[in-house]
Design a protein around this ligand. Structure first.
Ligand code: SF4
Length: 407
């Protein structure tokens, strides 16, 4: 008889670190999840793997499905032809000029015979079933799962990237799956997902794959959601908005110098993306990862929140997310919870109605409160929804409409 797999502390990747952190939080801030809640949160968040893990050598059962250096091309509609066979990619604000036989900065767009091709059409290297809270969406079908997909590559080079093994890789470096847009939809339905999420790396760089998949997802009655750095040109974005239901955009900082020094990017195009998504009626949430000494000035956080309120509306949810030391910023400490609490207070004082603290499981800032009657309407524990009192998109206590997608 096969023995039943028991979820233990040791079977959860990152558990010991999280437990240490939780104990520290309990001692410092006086809150903590119960052990049962934490294990359930981990089960929902980390352990529902479908076909793959990010990068690495495949397990024997995966070996049939994945191939190293899988490249599948698709002609990009987003380029202009220059002299001497060069092309200019028009997908993101970098607008790479790509000579014949070379690739753009994202490593997945190549000039072949004077035309620009995507190299990652239908070959994702990550395919996970995740709680939608992990993407992170707090106002989109709470408590459901999304099938998340990503290919290699990115148009940013963030020093704090959590997915740098795939975002900073080339298609030749990784194992990828051969998964057509049709198969994504089929898998999503089979696995009981309510949405397909384009995430982990910057989805703009696998735009053609995302767009074709998104059309089929829509036809199949599921949602399309995207977690993005917002670094995309307006025309392709507007085209995508026709099938996009929700976007969570990383507003990584609120100064151009932060974007230049830590991401190799720029702030203004990201702000333009946020305004376009709002104008196109895509449900919008914002994530601001707060990194000690890099973007934790509360005067700048305030400026950012006032901009969000003025340009996007006071009901735009914003997530202040905790930084953990990794990649090129290993020398920095994790964000103190007190800093996240200050940022949340600043956001609420600036008039934003839904300000969250992310990645501090059990913190009260993970919950949703009605801005009118102040009652808790969604209680969360990590990525798990514990209680919810929203009825027909309205606060279950006072009837105030709550922005989001609820059914
Ligand atoms: S999508 Fe890639 S190739 Fe195109 S402009 Fe951006 S970084 Fe360059």
């Amino acid at each position: 008889m096969r023995s039943k797999k028991v979820l233990t502390e040791k079977s959860i990747p990152g558990y010991s670190y999280d437990v240490k952190r939780q104990r520290q939080d309990r001692d410092t801030y006086g809150f903590q999840l119960t052990r049962r809640e934490f294990l359930k949160g981990c089960a929902a968040g980390s352990c529902i793997l479908s076909l793959s893990s990010l990068l690495g050598v495949p397990t024997p059962s995966q070996a049939q499905l994945v191939k190293k250096a899988l490249i599948k091309t698709k002609l990009s509609p987003w380029f202009t032809t220059l002299d001497r066979g060069e092309v200019q990619c028009e997908l993101c604000p970098i607008r790479c000029r790509i000579p014949r036989g070379k690739r753009g900065i994202c490593r997945v767009r190549e000039n072949r015979d004077g035309k620009c091709y995507s190299l990652v059409y239908g070959n994702p290297c990550a395919l996970h079933l995740d709680p939608i809270e992990k993407r992170p969406f707090f106002h989109v079908l709470p408590g459901t799962n999304s099938l998340s997909i990503a290919t290699v590559g990115c148009n940013f080079q963030c020093k704090f990237c959590e997915s740098w093994e795939i975002s900073q890789a080339s298609p030749e470096d990784v194992y990828s799956y051969d998964v057509s847009p049709e198969m994504v939809v089929m898998k999503a339905k089979e696995m009981g997902a309510h949405a397909v999420a384009y995430a982990y790396v910057e989805p703009t760089i696998f735009y053609e794959y995302m767009l074709d998949t998104a059309h089929l997802v829509k036809k199949g009655g599921l949602l399309n959601v995207m977690h993005s750095n917002g670094f995309i040109n307006r025309v392709p974005l507007e085209n995508l908005c026709k099938v996009l239901d929700a976007a969570n955009i990383d507003l990584k900082g609120f100064t151009d110098i932060f974007y230049q020094e830590l991401c190799d990017g720029h702030l203004p195009p990201v702000l333009e993306t946020l305004k376009t998504l709002k104008r196109e009626n895509v449900h919008l949430e914002i994530t601001n990862l707060i990194i000690p000494t890099k973007n934790d000035e509360m005067s700048v956080v305030r400026e950012m929140c006032l901009w969000v309120k003025r340009e996007l509306g006071e009901d735009t949810p914003i997530h202040f997310s905790r930084f953990y030391p990794l990649y090129k910023l290993k020398h920095l400490p994790p964000t103190p919870v007190s800093t996240l609490e200050k940022a949340r207070s600043v956001a609420l004082a600036a008039g934003l109605e839904y300000a969250y603290i992310s990645r501090v499981p059990g913190h009260e800032g993970e919950n949703t409160y009605c801005p009118r009657c102040k009652k808790m309407i969604i209680r969360r524990a990590g990525f798990m929804v514990v209680e919810m009192n929203i009825k027909g998109g309205k606060c279950g206590y006072c009837g105030k409409p709550i922005p989001g997608i609820w059914a």
